[in-house]
Design a protein around this ligand. Structure first.
Ligand SMILES: Cc1cc2nc3c(=O)[nH]c(=O)nc-3n(C[C@H](O)[C@H](O)[C@H](O)COP(=O)(O)O)c2cc1C
Length: 218
């Protein structure tokens, strides 16, 4: 079955005294393709349990392409993004969190940091760092869009993700600058968000959504 239609829309644009034709090509998804795309948006969940299976290079290539194609203000792409699969670096990131956390209280899953075997990145085999240029206008918003491309492309591949905001300020502490240097984040960049990535080992239901926060005004 044909999944989508290419609509070639020809617009006649009158410029000065001459007529110039502009061809507009637009992909219109129909039927099962349309449903799959919307379902991908709705069924993505934050995953906090992962198997040990590593994400393959093929899968990373797809996710990285989706990331690179995220829109950004003035197309500046003022981000530096790393997909870390080195277990020693991921363990060190987790250790830096534990060192910082001692004696402190946290909300969410980080509240359990005293439990044996705790991992701030939920034991995911791949840890993503999205850093943005310090002070660059809209860079953090751009990072959010790149984040969503990572979440949705991963989900489309059957992988699980969890955005990780808790560890962000800790990675930006001066005493952890060596870690950012290790993964080649330039000094004028700061971590904006992290992501746990791997094969899901749970299927959580969607937490409550506040539908009345989104309205149509006519
Ligand atoms: C910016 C941001 C930061 C987040 N930080 C964390 C985090 O540090 N740890 C965690 O387990 N989940 C974190 N989450 C996941 C949210 O808790 C989750 O997306 C939310 O509860 C909605 O659930 P859903 O993603 O399954 O729809 C974060 C999500 C976002 C968007």
């Amino acid at each position: 079955m044909k999944k989508y239609l290419y609509l070639g829309i020809t617009l006649s644009v009158l410029l000065s005294s001459c007529t110039q034709e502009t061809k507009v090509e637009q992909v219109v998804y129909e039927g099962s393709a349309k449903e799959a795309i919307i379902d991908n948006l709705l069924s993505r969940r934050a995953i906090r349990k992962f198997t040990d299976q590593q994400v393959s290079q093929d899968q990373l290539d797809t996710i990285m392409k989706a990331t690179i194609y995220a829109p950004s203000a003035l197309n500046k792409q003022a981000w530096e993004i790393r997909f870390i699969q080195n277990p020693k670096i991921i363990a060190e990131i987790n250790q830096r969190f534990l060192t910082f956390a001692q004696g402190k209280e946290f909300q969410g899953s980080a509240a359990k940091y005293r439990e044996p075997g705790f991992s701030i990145s939920h034991h995911a085999p791949t840890f993503v760092v999205i850093a943005t240029e310090k002070g660059a206008a809209h860079a953090r918003l751009d990072a959010g869009i790149a984040l969503q491309n990572i979440l949705l492309s991963s989900h489309a591949l059957g992988l699980g993700t969890c955005p990780l905001g808790t560890i962000v300020p800790i990675l930006n502490l001066p005493e952890n600058a060596d870690l950012l240097r290790l993964i080649n984040i330039p000094e004028d960049y700061e971590v904006t968000i992290n992501v746990a990535l791997g094969y899901p080992a749970e299927s959580p239901t969607a937490p409550v959504r506040y539908s009345d926060k989104v309205k149509v005004i006519r």
